[in-house]
Design a protein around this ligand. Structure first.
Ligand code: ATP
Ligand code: MG
Length: 252
């Protein structure tokens, strides 16, 4: 079971788009996938057909219910989901004063039967708060999407700093699986520049597969379909397939 967190505290950098479509591409290759939505905005859950006001992933932090009992089948074949709910926004307050609150998810996932899934993907909110820290503490691997249509590299340094603190204190096993250049528009000088500086700084850690700007990706959530179902031969579907292939090849 590969445990992958998708994080970047920069808002709107394609975290959720990556989670949903990477999950769908894995499922297309007959991999069994569980998505855990840890974002109170619930975008991934809504995209996968869920609208919850209570429960879901918040129960991981509130109750002793087994992770497996929180799982729902999603609208995408082969992809299961633990949906987010607005209750997640209260979790930080609710846990105030308790011990080791950063490792609650980690401890709960350790009790899961690791035979049930090939991949667990965790979507995170655009902050470095308690929910994201739980996702970083629980994962073995970290995927960092970076959009190239706006300057986003400044926040990446802060994220990497958090990752090294997490490694030291909470989770020595955490490694950076790679950076995903997203919303790339090679017609703009700006996109090219961001891609260049990303590669300059992080070298081979930047995936060769890039995700290009494509309106089909912005349309798909309204239909509760991944890009694979919404437009299976689109450029966007093929970009995510290529990324998935590269991630599968990249050793854990
Ligand atoms: N390759 C792409 N082409 C066009 N639009 C895209 C692409 N990737 C993402 N988007 C759009 O960009 C916006 C932000 O994407 P997304 O919601 O995946 O980011 P996020 O990092 O999860 O945001 P948040 O930080 O709010 O959780 C969405 O409207 C999405 O449809
Ligand atoms: Mg999101």
């Amino acid at each position: 079971m590969r445990l992958i967190t998708i994080a970047n505290q920069k808002g709107g950098c394609a975290k959720t788009t990556t989670v949903v479509n990477f999950a769908a591409c894995l499922a297309e290759l007959n991999q069994r996938v569980l998505v855990i939505d840890l974002d109170p905005q619930s975008n991934a859950s809504q995209w996968l057909g869920f609208e919850e006001s209570k429960g879901g992933s918040a129960e991981i932090f509130k109750s002793q219910q087994k992770i497996e009992d929180l799982v729902q089948p999603s609208g995408v074949a082969g992809v299961d989901l633990i949906p987010a709910s607005q209750e997640l926004a209260q979790i930080e307050k609710l846990l105030a004063g308790e011990l080791s609150v950063e490792t609650i998810l980690k401890r709960r996932i350790q009790k899961m039967n690791s035979e049930n899934y090939d991949f667990v993907l965790i979507d995170t909110p655009p902050t470095l708060g308690l929910l994201t820290l739980n996702a970083l503490a629980a994962a073995k691997e970290l995927l960092i999407p970076v959009t190239t249509h706006v300057m986003t590299l400044s926040g990446v340094a802060q994220l990497i700093n958090t990752v090294s603190n997490v490694r030291e204190i909470l989770n020595p096993d955490l490694s950076i699986l790679g950076f995903i250049a997203s919303r790339v528009d090679m017609r703009t000088r700006h996109s090219q520049e961001v891609l260049e500086s990303l590669t300059e700084r992080f070298g081979d850690q930047v995936f060769k597969a890039i995700i290009r700007e494509n309106v089909r990706l912005a349309e798909a959530p309204s239909y509760s379909e991944s890009i694979i179902e919404y437009d299976k031969n689109s450029m966007a579907a093929n970009d995510y397939r290529a990324l998935t292939k590269e991630i599968l090849q990249r050793a854990n």
